[in-house]
Design a protein around this ligand. Structure first.
Ligand code: DHK
Length: 151
């Protein structure tokens, strides 16, 4: 059976495409989902793709991923990046390799966006590549979990 990865998106990412396009670009979340599915398919990986504006729902999805024996998680925690000890604790609790993604280069932005709780538990962090960062995160995760590209 195909390994599954979860791709989790935090608050306001439902508005991708219309939200501050000069920073986040013109791709919609549906475009990001397509990109993730196409990238994952190259490695024989199935994708659970989710978005929520609620922190606890993200925590629940980590535990669901564990119960589902998911092989890895890609997360754009969005605004919860800088505040959520609860999501960090979920990463520690489930022990599933997790890659953190940000569309923008958070280190070039306001000071309050620089510190990430999530990075303390993530295996790797990608930021500043626009939505292409999701594809890069999946490629990196595939390598981490030993999923080989299908020829
Ligand atoms: C997305 C958000 O919603 C912000 O809160 C983060 C991140 C940056 C991104 O670049 O994807 O600060």
């Amino acid at each position: 059976m195909a390994k599954t990865i979860y791709v989790l998106n935090g608050p306001n990412l439902n508005a991708l495409g219309t939200r501050e396009p000069e920073k986040y670009g013109h791709s919609t979340l549906a475009d990001v989902e397509t990109l993730c599915r196409e990238t994952a398919k190259r490695f024989g990986l199935a994708v659970e793709f989710r978005q929520t504006n609620r922190e606890g729902e993200i925590v629940d999805w980590f535990h669901e991923a564990k119960a589902d024996k998911a092989a890895g998680i890609v997360i754009n925690p969005a605004g919860y990046t800088t505040t959520s000890v609860a999501i960090l604790d979920a990463i520690f609790a489930v022990q599933i390799p997790t890659v953190e993604v940000h569309i923008t280069n958070i280190h070039q932005r306001e000071e309050y966006r620089h510190h990430s709780y999530i990075s303390k538990g993530a295996k790797a962090v990608i930021c500043g590549f626009g939505v292409t960062g999701y594809a890069l995160a999946i490629e990196g995760l595939a390598s981490l979990i030993g999923a080989k590209a299908k020829s």
